[in-house]
Design a protein around this ligand. Structure first.
Ligand SMILES: O=C(CO)[C@@H](O)[C@H](O)[C@H](O)[C@H](O)COP(=O)(O)O
Ligand SMILES: [Zn+2]
Length: 187
């Protein structure tokens, strides 16, 4: 395949996934409402995931703490993917599976909303982080794809992107993530 054909293929796949998001939009709106309620009641938003999903967690946390499009007060959100001392000590002392659940245990309250990004829905550290958030009584949101994996059965809200292709799922996640920020900022 030529480079241009490969790019055309990626664009076509991307467009098909984005077009197929329509039926998911009421669920996205419900997550936005849960986020607005959480923030209005003094809660915070915690986010985590691996690899590209770690980057997505940081990206969305930055939009919430800083701003997406609108001038407004800073709102509380923390990506649990950024502190290398915590990630290495918990990873080293307890295991990589616990890098998010330990931070959820330390930081999460019942007023909070916790977002786990996993394209497979099965990454053990993400699943354990969501389980810990449930135990605490926070609202849980799974951002996933394919069949939703283990997250689908665990979360209060699961947003399953309509593809099993990891990069295409991630691209849809960021569109949904930006849209959530837009709705958080709406009057
Ligand atoms: O960005 C990509 C692939 O597009 C990778 O870094 C990807 O995020 C990593 O392989 C993750 O470990 C995949 O985990 P998950 O999405 O299944 O939870
Ligand atoms: Zn990626």
């Amino acid at each position: 395949m030529s480079a241009v054909d490969l790019l055309k293929h990626a664009v076509a796949e991307h467009q098909a996934v984005i077009a197929a998001l329509e039926p998911l939009l009421p669920k996205v709106a419900a997550v936005a409402e849960a986020m607005r309620t959480c923030l209005a009641n003094g809660g915070k938003i915690l986010l985590f995931g691996n690899g590209g999903s770690a980057a997505d967690s940081q990206h969305i946390a930055a939009e919430i703490v800083g701003r997406y499009k609108k001038e407004r007060r800073g709102l509380p959100a923390i990506a649990l993917t950024t502190d290398t001392s915590i990630l290495t000590s918990v990873g080293n002392d307890y295991g990589f599976d616990f890098i998010f659940s330990r931070q959820v245990e330390a930081l999460c309250t019942p007023a909070d909303l916790v977002v786990g990004f996993s394209t497979s829905g099965n990454s053990r550290n993400v699943v354990l982080g969501i389980e810990k958030a449930r135990e605490i009584g926070a609202v849980t949101v799974g951002m996933t794809g394919g069949n939703g994996g283990k997250l689908a059965a665990l979360c209060d809200h699961t947003l399953i992107m309509p593809t099993s292709d990891t990069p295409r799922i991630q691209e849809a996640h960021i569109l949904v993530g930006h849209s959530l920020c837009d709705l958080i900022e709406a009057d």
